[in-house]
Write a new protein. Structure first.
Length: 127
């Protein structure tokens, strides 16, 4: 119940912070010509804001990974809750949703290895 909300927060947190900093930059740039002290104050606020934003992001991510590890110990997929998970070399892969979580509980992107050779792959070398 809470994990999907935390996952959604973590998924959007970095881009929200980035957009916020772009907005602060825009306001600061406009204030530079009208009220230079305000522009300087925004820059200082933005720099010291990193002392709050970075630990909040890292903490939320660590919290989600901890909750994911708890679900993975029960043999369930942290993303969809199905019990169709298999252990792979990169972590735990769910056969229902196709996501792979590493041992820390973070979602990892795994490139599928296919047995078939497609038209773009070079032909096998002959010796
Ligand atoms: Zn799943």
């Amino acid at each position: 119940m809470f994990r999907p909300t935390l996952h959604a927060f973590n998924k959007r947190f970095a881009i929200a912070v980035f957009i916020g900093y772009i907005g602060l930059f825009s306001v600061s740039f406009l204030l530079m010509f009208v009220f230079p002290i305000g522009s300087l104050a925004i820059v200082v606020l933005a720099i010291f804001g990193l002392l709050i934003v970075v630990p909040v992001g890292a903490g939320a991510r660590a919290w989600e990974e901890g909750l994911n590890r708890r679900v993975m110990r029960r043999g369930l997929c942290p993303s969809c809750g199905e019990s169709t998970v298999i252990e792979t070399s990169t972590g735990v892969r769910c056969l229902s949703c196709g996501l792979t979580h590493d041992q820390r509980g973070a979602i990892v992107i795994v490139r599928e290895e296919s047995d078939e050779t497609d038209a773009t792959s070079p032909p096998p070398r002959e010796q």
